[in-house]
Design a protein around this ligand. Structure first.
Ligand SMILES: [Zn+2]
Length: 86
């Protein structure tokens, strides 16, 4: 698991804006991310531990990858809906 901070996602966010992968929601905090060019699909999961956010992806990257950063906006929207309905 990799900690999600402004610094750690900076490069990945820039790459996600260019790559624009296809993000599908599997369930809250679990997403499927498909590279539009290669068709490769990866699974991204998020966890929150003591107010810190972590993400993991099953691609080869050892740092926060653009698959993880691509899911963050939708995860934030879903998280805010969860709070409202809770
Ligand atoms: Zn990845």
């Amino acid at each position: 698991m990799l900690e999600i901070t402004k610094q750690s996602i900076e490069k990945a966010t820039a790459k996600a804006r260019i790559a624009k992968p296809l993000v599908k929601v599997i369930e809250f905090r679990r997403y499927s991310v498909t590279n539009r060019e290669t068709g490769a699909t990866y699974e991204v999961r998020f966890t929150k531990i003591g107010g810190r956010k972590f993400g993991e992806c099953n691609c080869k990257a050892t740092k926060i990858c653009y698959h993880i950063s691509s899911c963050l906006p939708i995860n934030a929207v879903l998280a805010s809906q969860m709070i409202q309905t809770a």
